[in-house]
Design a protein around this ligand. Structure first.
Ligand SMILES: [Cu+2]
Length: 145
């Protein structure tokens, strides 16, 4: 290889370095999931994620009443809510708080980040009285990495 070619190759490598570094940093590794609630149904009703991989769940409520997304028990590494808890959110007469909970007012969107740690099948549902019974229930499948 001639010296000028070598220099070109070196410059090219240096130019590519920031791109490689950016690809390795955390944010690119977040799994983005979109969940929709409308007509007392979750869409999709089954969500698949991977254990140990951060998930960003965006919950859009297209109904004209309040809905939420709750899982009673799920092993987690981190939970970060990007929105404030909703004031006056009615969770019925629940004695224990769900481990994972996110509410969305009518025609609004909310999101949160969490990392599931244990493979398995977890039920999610809406805690607003009557909604689970009306069909607001789904399955979160945590697969082995
Ligand atoms: Cu609901």
């Amino acid at each position: 290889m001639k010296e000028s070619e070598m220099r070109k190759t070196l410059i090219l490598l240096l130019l590519m370095l920031p791109i490689v570094l950016a690809a390795c940093s955390g944010s690119a590794d977040v799994m983005e999931i979109n969940l929709e609630a409308s007509g007392m149904q979750y869409q999709p009703a089954t969500i698949e994620v991977v254990a140990g991989k951060p998930v960003k769940l965006t919950f859009h409520n297209g109904d004209s009443l309040e809905h939420d997304f709750s899982i009673m028990e799920i092993p987690l590494m981190t939970v970060g809510a990007t929105a404030e808890p909703m004031a006056g959110h009615d969770m019925g007469n629940m004695t224990t708080d769900p481990q994972l909970h996110m509410a969305a007012a009518m025609n609004s969107t909310n999101s949160m980040e969490f990392t599931p740690t244990k493979p398995g099948t977890y039920e999610f549902f809406c805690t607003v009285p009557g909604h689970k019974e009306a069909g607001m229930v789904g399955t979160l499948v945590v697969k082995s990495p």
